[in-house]
Write a protein that binds this ligand. Structure first.
Ligand code: WT7
Length: 655
């Protein structure tokens, strides 16, 4: 326990002793079972990545310079030319794998579509020609605002084919968010749909797009996919139906040769207050690292695996691990349009059973929701096909990790807890499932070719205990900047610690050198001079058998500076009470120490989350400190906060 060390950037509390070596049957067929990749990367960082780039991708012209690094600006694989859609499609078809399934797609209402690599290539070429016919040229930006339907990857790959960077805006975002992003990118064309299915109903998209379009002067044409069949307004001359354009399109569109450093896409990160940042990802380096990580982190057996990343393509997870990584590797994926509780709370487990999914990649928020819903739902289905599980997006609490392993992974499947960001483009810290001994809740080690270190306030390397997670070396899929704002790029990521990339996460190193992510450093609480991470207190709460999920915040306190306020969601069959609140406060004190004992426990049926599932602690801090709520527009469900506020005013407090 490091709770007494006042010098530490973040105090840490040892929570977890369990270890899980990779199962023998897994190791027997695993792609990585020794340290040779790591040794290669340690011996020669550039040669390591050059080798991956040449092994995993097909280049129209080989590169002559591996890396040009002028901090914070990197260029990878200079002189090389390639096309991303050719790497994702043509080369697999040319190798005789055209009949292989690229996507088993399933709509929320239960309609399905099986798309082979040959079919995907055909539709992509036609749609690439459609974009050209609408005046899109190499370098022009195309905005995409779509539900999770097959036409979404088609649109992305068609853009990549002709060298037009795409900018996807998550379908749940508002008209204003869409307009801001279109205008920042000055996109020429918008691809959207009439609507999509969510929670059993058709939700409109085109009506939102129409509002945005009143204020987006750069847009010349709008392409609309008919998904729900609902009535939509079509503006003559500007708006066109996808199926009509596609029917008339030329079926052949050769892939445009692109420079390695040409822009592949922009993806805006939704900062909660500031203007969204258009994160830039380029071609050769990005595709190299997403292909590398998708292959080795997920131990992809391309001939037999059925892989499912249950994210939305509107987030970077979907860009890298539904579209570009899996397709570059010729994988077979499942893609699902809707929510996990439609028609029943076993929809995911039903999908896994029916398609024989072998690899599942999802977010801790989903896992904690399933914990809340109870073990009976997964138990209704045979999940025996699953051989590997992944997690991304937030720290996964040790008990959620254990639940995932037991109830989804059959007590067998290794779990890869993958740390990365929109900005990193690809997974940076993760176990290699055939090699790494895992600990529940730890993302373990940086992958080969990645330099990560924890530092203290002064930027000195920390060997044991808590601090700031920094990246020490350029990596191929790193962001190349913020669109139109190089100074903001330098200030945001490269100015806090000299020579290091820092994007806001706390982390600790344990005695065995394992990395544990501690959440955003902005959320770190200061209780009587102890800097306590939200993650460790939340994990101690989730460790209690009656708790499914929790969020803790530091609220102003006259005696201790800040006091810990815990918001707690209990499992489905549990009723909460004042006694349970007291029990939980004690549980935290016993588990990790009295300093971390919450002053107040507030029970709530739900927590406020962003649309990508991250807990919004800022709003909970507002509630805990009795302030008016700030901006709630990025919330998945704004009503949740009102309910929590009502509960907060009646919660009993510690004497
Ligand atoms: C932030 C990045 C990475 C794709 C989806 C999110 C948090 C992400 C983990 C993990 C602990 C994690 C970090 C990071 N995060 N993965 N395995 N353990 N925290 O992308 O929206 O850019 O968010 O998500 O705080 O900085 P993003």
């Amino acid at each position: 326990m490091g709770g007494d060390d006042k010098q530490a950037a973040i105090d840490t509390y040892g929570l977890e002793e369990r270890t899980f070596p990779p199962p023998l049957e897994f190791v027997a067929n695993a792609l990585v079972t020794d340290r040779s990749l790591q040794e290669h990367a340690d011996a020669d960082h550039e040669d390591f990545w050059a080798t991956q780039a040449r092994e995993l991708l097909t280049w129209q012209r080989d590169f002559d310079t591996v890396l040009e690094w002028d901090l914070p600006f990197a260029k990878w694989f200079i002189g090389g030319q390639l096309n991303v859609s050719e790497n994702c499609l043509d080369r697999h078809v040319a190798a005789g794998r055209g009949d292989k399934v690229a996507y088993h797609w399933e709509g929320e209402p239960g309609d399905t579509r099986t798309i082979t690599y040959a079919e995907l290539l055909d539709e992509v070429q036609r749609f690439a020609n459609v974009l050209k016919s609408l005046g899109v040229r190499k370098g022009d930006r195309v905005n995409i605002y779509m539900p999770m339907i097959p036409e979404l990857p088609v649109a992305m790959l068609a853009c990549a084919r002709i060298g037009a960077p795409h900018s996807i805006v998550f379908g749940g975002f508002s008209s204003d968010s869409l307009a801001d992003r279109i205008n920042d990118a000055e996109a020429k064309v918008l691809v959207t749909a009439d609507g999509g299915y969510r929670r059993g109903a058709a939700a409109g998209l085109k009506p939102h797009a129409d509002v945005a379009l009143t204020n987006t002067p750069s847009i010349e044409h709008v392409v609309v996919v008919r998904r729900t069949g609902q009535d939509v307004d079509m503006t003559e001359g500007r708006d066109h139906w996808y199926h009509e354009l596609l029917a008339d399109a030329d079926p052949v569109c050769p892939p445009e040769p692109m420079e390695s450093e040409d822009l592949l896409y922009l993806l805006y990160t939704s900062g909660t207050t500031a203007k969204p940042k258009g994160i830039m990802h380029t071609t050769g380096g990005y595709l190299t690292q997403v292909a590398f990580t998708h292959k080795y982190v997920f131990d992809l057996q391309a001939d037999t695996d059925v892989y499912w990343c249950a994210a939305d393509i509107g987030w970077v997870t979907g860009h890298s691990y539904i579209v570009y990584g899996p397709l570059a590797n010729g994988a077979t994926s499942v893609m699902y349009e809707g929510t996990p509780d439609t028609p029943g709370r076993d929809r995911w487990w039903d999908i896994i059973e029916r398609y024989g999914v072998t690899i599942l990649y999802c977010a801790p928020t989903a896992i904690r929701t399933f914990m809340k819903w109870g073990t009976a739902e997964p138990a209704k289905h045979d999940l025996g096909s699953l051989r590997l599980l992944g997690s991304v997006g937030e720290p996964i609490n040790p008990e959620a990790w254990m639940w995932y392993r037991e109830h989804i992974g059959g007590g067998q499947a290794p779990i890869v807890d993958t740390w990365w960001q929109t900005e990193t483009g690809a997974i940076m810290i993760s176990p290699l499932p055939g090699l790494t001994v895992t600990k529940p809740g730890s993302a373990t080690f940086p992958l080969p070719g990645v330099g990560a270190e924890v530092v203290d306030d002064a930027g000195h390397k920390v060997e044991l205990g808590g601090g700031y997670l920094t990246l020490t070396k350029p990596w191929p899929s790193m962001l190349r900047g913020i669109y139109g704002d190089p100074e903001r790029y330098r200030d945001t990521y490269w100015s806090r610690f000299e020579g290091r990339y820092f994007a806001g996460d706390g982390a600790k190193l344990d005695d065995d050198g394992y990395l544990w992510l501690l959440g955003r450093v902005d959320d770190v609480m200061n209780v009587s001079g102890h800097r306590i991470s939200t993650t460790e207190v939340e994990s101690a709460l989730v460790d209690h058998p009656k708790v499914a999920e929790s969020a803790v915040v530091g609220a102003k306190d006259d005696t201790t500076g800040q006091a810990i306020v815990a918001f707690v969601t209990v499992k489905g069959d549990v009723t909460h009470s004042v006694e349970l609140g007291e029990e939980l406060r004690k549980h935290v004190a016993t588990k990790i120490g009295p300093t971390a004992r919450p002053k107040t426990v507030i029970f709530t049926d739900d927590l406020p989350k962003t649309r990508s599932g991250k807990i919004m602690r800022r709003l909970l801090r507002d509630v805990a400190e009795g302030r008016d709520l700030g901006d709630t527009t990025t919330l998945a469900d704004p009503a949740v906060v009102e309910e929590i506020r009502r509960r907060a005013t009646t919660a009993p407090q510690e004497e």
